[in-house]
Design a protein around this ligand. Structure first.
Ligand code: 5CA
Length: 445
């Protein structure tokens, strides 16, 4: 993408309404525009990152054997009357009436609708296990929408729902989700710690939240800091292997890590003092097992091998897709701007032309751009007629992990400069070497 032809409305000044760094940088880097409290347009740069995050979420769900579908944003109130949650949900639910006077709502979550789909089409144990999920906009009329996309009213969520014959199978689905979530967050360059939590309006008593430690997080958390060293890494996991999956979960959930809702001071006192930490975290996901809470009142049953009919065991599992942009920026930035992890960056590399209009510099940039594209890497090429300082400031603000700088002086010696956004270190090399290096960094992503 040539910056001169892109739509990147960068702001020079710090927007007064932004209280935390991620919100500030998302506005300044032209990623989002607020349209109403907690409701945003996703401008091209923000939209690219959102799509990238969504793609990683899909890949890891599919790898775990979960099946994508898409449910609507608007739901009939009658489904929620069946589960008993229409009245319970209160003011957070946006209620709408259509022209025929029918009560509708903008879905804050989809347990009822997925249960309705299930009961219409599934009736036998032979069709299970089954996990269906979608990535869809949700609406929750939060009292205090704030911090940009972090606590929105309209927000993008991945929500998945498992259906199993037995509690044991449903707990395997729970574990499978935990492992797939760990892998999802790691690919985004995040350490998200599973913490024992409270279930709120979703229900059930088995639930973990995934928290990214950050001073600006809304949740108070209590943990043994050795949990931050745990990594899934490149381990090969067979998601059908109950024992293996359970063992990984155990590894990640044994050390003390709880939100304030489940915190127990007496148990916490057993953590060696040097490791006992109190901090703040951003909740980027939550998984639940709630048994037959929805299947029983809504009649979602299957016939078992002995011919009896039983309500299915269910759980639901959510990832805050739009919130993740804020969480990643909170975890990865400096005073010049965002530092995107390679896994989610909007563009893998930026090209800065130090002397736009110089024949040799323009030709070298065009050639670099074309060669990167031939390797499947779309560079953001700053081809504007601007001072070098302004171009560097824009690149630092938008936070692409790598930058190739091209100028007449370097080119005379056959060199361009490759700079890492995270460390700030630069290296001179031939354009071919820079292309190879960047291609190598992104190989397999
Ligand atoms: N049905 C279950 C799981 S699918 C559910 O709704 N879970 S949840 O309430 O915990 O939401 C899942 C994730 O969505 C949260 O962990 C959080 O990351 C994100 N989320 C929740 N509310 C908001 C909000 N107002 N703005 C942005 N993200 C949110």
């Amino acid at each position: 993408m040539r910056l001169s032809r892109y739509f990147l409305p960068v702001l020079k000044e710090n927007p007064a309404e932004a209280q935390i760094v991620s919100h500030r940088y998302m506005l300044r880097a032209g990623m989002i525009k607020q349209q109403a409290a907690g409701i945003y347009s996703w401008l091209p740069m923000g939209f690219r990152v959102l799509r990238r995050i969504e793609e990683i979420v899909h890949q890891e769900q599919i790898r775990a054997g979960h099946i994508p579908l898409l449910m609507p944003t608007l739901q009939p109130a009658d489904l929620w009357r069946e589960s008993g949650r229409y009245d319970d949900y209160g003011e957070e639910m946006l209620r709408i009436r259509d022209r025929h006077g029918r009560d509708m709502l903008y879905g804050p979550t989809n347990e009822e609708m997925i249960t309705d789909i299930f009961r219409a089409h599934v009736g036998s144990y032979k069709d299970l296990p089954l996990t269906l999920y979608h990535v869809q906009w949700k609406f929750r009329d939060e009292i205090r929408p704030r911090f940009g996309v972090m606590r929105g009213r309209e927000f993008l969520m991945k929500d998945g729902y498992n259906f199993d014959v037995t509690k044991e199978d449903a707990l395997h689905a729970y574990n499978r989700h935990m492992v797939s979530y760990l892998r999802t967050y790691e690919r985004m360059g995040l350490t998200a710690i599973p913490m024992r939590a409270a279930s709120g309006p979703i229900g059930g008593d088995n639930t973990h939240e995934f928290l990214v430690l950050a001073s600006t997080g809304e949740s108070e958390v209590f943990y043994d800091d050795r949990v931050t060293d745990l990594k899934l890494g490149a381990r090969d996991i067979d998601y059908d292997d109950k024992g293996q999956v359970a063992k990984v979960c155990e590894e990640f959930t044994t050390l003390y890590a709880r939100t304030d809702e489940t915190h127990d001071e007496a148990v916490f006192a057993n953590v060696p003092e040097a490791h006992r930490k109190v901090g703040r975290g951003i909740e980027v996901g939550q998984i639940f097992y709630f048994g037959t809470k929805y299947s029983e009142p809504m009649g979602a049953t299957v016939v078992t091998p002995d011919g009896t009919r039983v309500p299915v065991h269910m759980g639901s599992h959510g990832i805050g897709v739009s919130r993740l942009l804020g969480a990643i920026i909170e975890a990865s930035h400096d005073d010049k701007g965002i530092i995107w992890p390679e896994g989610v960056t909007p563009f893998p590399v930026g090209i800065v032309n130090l002397k736009q209009g110089d024949g040799a510099a323009d030709a070298a940039c065009d050639a670099l751009y074309a060669a990167l594209r031939a390797k499947g890497l779309e560079a953001l090429y700053d081809d504007r007629d601007e001072r070098a300082g302004a171009k560097f400031a824009t690149m630092d603000l938008i936070g692409l992990p790598w930058r190739i700088t091209v100028g007449p002086r370097g080119l005379a010696a056959g060199k361009v400069e490759l700079t890492s956004r995270a460390t700030g270190t630069s290296e001179e090399m031939s354009p071919e070497a820079a292309i190879d290096r960047v291609a190598q960094i992104y190989a397999g992503r």
